[in-house]
Each structure stands twice: as structure tokens, then as C-alpha cells.
Design a protein around this ligand. Structure first.
Ligand code: CO8
Length: 258
């Protein structure tokens, strides 16, 4: 059995996944992505988990897809056999919230992986970038699509075309990152945020995530209609009754669906 590239832990209702290929700065190869996909699906299916945190090491969240593995591949390896690309869509299928806790390098596929998460919390050491252009390729897991939606066209072009890295403060100013914290507080902050989310009613958490994602994926009118219908549907849940009753009775809600 080969070494595991993703460490899986459970802390209360939070699933914690730690990318664990430190010698290669967590370069994302197929084994790592297969393990990550399997662990995410297991958390998704586990009713005791309400939110997930993905993190890396102090030095690197992930420095990109594995260049050593990719360098000799042909078009048919990557297109035909889906080498490197085969397991990247799994994260998109996860309906529970996923937080990326990023310290150090989040480059290429590492930046794309962070952007596929719902919230990015960054250590002040974090560095984001899409340097694929230096390798004679382009981002392949959403970098040219999610980055402009997050930071706007000008900055996305700058990063994708010059390959420069963007520090945590700039990333927060640009809207890529929700919070920047001292590196030694990163896990505490990310776990606290995940614990808060996991204490909420799961149907409303999943529906809020789905609605916010709609804002990125379709037109404003479609998104507004989708949000309205989902909002209506939450009135079918016990947790809506409990949440609103608790507010009027000035007590904490005791949600059934967590
Ligand atoms: N792939 C493989 N190995 C890597 C990678 C990588 N992306 N990044 C670092 N490593 C390895 C290095 O080769 C080195 O290994 P060794 O010790 O055996 O020589 C080890 O990690 C440490 O790296 P460095 O010695 O280079 O460390 P430095 O601190 O000097 O530099 C950097 C750190 C700046 C992060 C540097 O390692 C670097 O530039 N890495 C490459 C960054 C990069 O170009 N990333 C983009 C890769 S392409 C990509 O991600 C395409 C995504 C497409 C996904 C499509 C899926 C659908």
C-alpha cells in the first residue's frame, strides 16, 4: 500500500482533509486527487459531518498539478485517458460547504483547487497564482473562469499572463479570499468558521451554497428566480419553524437537520 497523500480527520461535525505530499509542495497528482475525491464523497455521505476544511502545509497549500508526472504526456493521455483531469469535478459535486485554509503557495491547480472551495481563508503567508503560462500551458481546472469572476478581468489577466504571484493581502482586497489571518491562527480560524457552519440547519446551508453558486453560473434573473424558489421550499422544513420560533421566543434554535 503506498503512502497516503490526504490525511482524513473528523473534529466534531467538521471533516478535515490535509494534503500530505510535503516534499513535492503538495503537487496534485492523480493519486492525491483520487484520495481527495473519495474522502470528500465519504464526508458528503456522512450525516455526522456538516462542513469540510481542506488544508495543506505551512509552506504550500498546493504548488499545482504534478509537473513531473505531466511532462511527457501526450494529447491522448490527457484528453483520451483523462490523466490529471479525471477527479477534479468531484469537489463540484459536494453540496456541504468546503473551506480552503491556505498557507504558503496556492499555485496553478492549487489555486484552482482553493477556488473550487466555497470560502478561502488565507494565512498572511499565502501566495496565489496561475503560473502555467511559464510551462507552455494554461490553467486547466477553472483558473481562467473562476479567477476573473472572483477578482475581475484585469487582475486575472495579469496573473494568468505574467505568472506573478499575489500575496494574501492583495488577494483579500481583490475578493479572492474572505479573511486573512496570522499563519499560526489559520487552522483555528478555519475550524471555527466550519464549526459555526456545521451548527446551522444543513438544508438551509446547502441551499444557500447552491444559490450563491448560481450567481456565478447563470444570469441575474435566473439566479433571482432560483433563489426565490429555494427560499419558498425551506418553509417545508422543520428547521424553518424551529429557527423562527426560537428567534421570537428569544432562545437558541435546536435544529433537527444538522
Ligand atoms: N509539480 C511537481 N513538483 C513540484 C511542483 C509541481 N507543481 N512544485 C514544486 N515541486 C517540487 C519541486 O520539484 C521540488 O522537488 P525536489 O526537491 O525533488 O527537487 C520540491 O517540490 C520543492 O520545490 P522547490 O525546490 O522548487 O521549492 P522553492 O521554494 O524553491 O520554490 C515554488 C517553490 C515557487 C512553488 C516552485 O516549486 C514552483 O515554481 N513550483 C511550480 C509551480 C507551478 O508552475 N505550478 C503550476 C503547475 S501546472 C498546473 O497546476 C496545471 C493545473 C491543471 C489542472 C488540470 C486538472 C483538470
Amino acid at each position: 500500500m503506498s503512502e497516503s497523500f490526504v490525511l482524513v480527520e473528523t473534529r466534531g461535525r467538521v471533516g478535515l482533509l490535509t494534503l500530505n505530499r510535503p516534499k513535492a509542495l503538495n503537487a496534485l497528482n492523480d493519486q492525491l486527487m483520487d484520495e481527495l475525491g473519495a474522502a470528500l464523497l465519504a464526508f458528503e455521505a456522512n450525516p455526522d459531518i456538516g462542513a469540510v476544511v481542506i488544508t495543506g502545509s505551512e509552506k504550500a497549500f498546493a504548488a499545482g498539478a504534478d509537473i513531473g508526472a505531466m511532462k511527457d504526456w501526450s494529447y491522448m493521455d490527457v484528453y483520451g485517458n483523462e490523466y490529471i483531469t479525471r477527479n477534479w469535478e468531484t469537489l463540484k459535486r459536494i453540496r456541504k460547504p468546503v473551506i480552503a485554509a491556505v498557507a504558503g503557495y496556492a499555485l496553478g491547480g492549487g489555486c484552482e483547487l482553493a477556488m473550487m472551495c466555497d470560502i478561502i481563508i488565507a494565512a498572511d503567508t499565502a501566495k496565489f497564482g496561475q503560473p502555467e503560462i511559464k510551462l507552455g500551458v494554461i490553467p486547466g481546472a477553472g483558473g481562467t473562469q473562476r479567477l476573473p469572476r472572483a477578482v475581475g478581468k484585469a487582475k486575472a489577466m495579469d496573473l494568468a499572463l505574467t505568472a506573478r504571484m499575489m500575496g494574501a493581502e492583495e488577494a483579500e482586497r481583490a475578493g479572492l479570499v474572505s479573511r486573512v489571518v496570522a499563519a499560526d491562527k489559520l487552522m483555528e480560524e478555519a475550524m471555527d468558521a466550519a464549526t459555526i457552519i456545521a451548527s446551522m440547519s444543513l438544508p438551509s446551508v446547502m441551499m444557500a451554497k447552491e444559490c450563491v453558486n448560481r450567481a456565478f453560473e447563470g444570469s441575474l434573473n435566473e439566479g433571482l428566480l432560483f433563489e426565490r424558489r429555494v427560499f419558498h421550499s425551506l418553509f417545508a422544513t422543520e428547521d424553518q419553524k424551529e429557527g423562527m420560533a426560537a428567534f421570537t421566543e428569544k432562545r437558541k434554535p435546536d435544529f433537527k437537520h444538522r
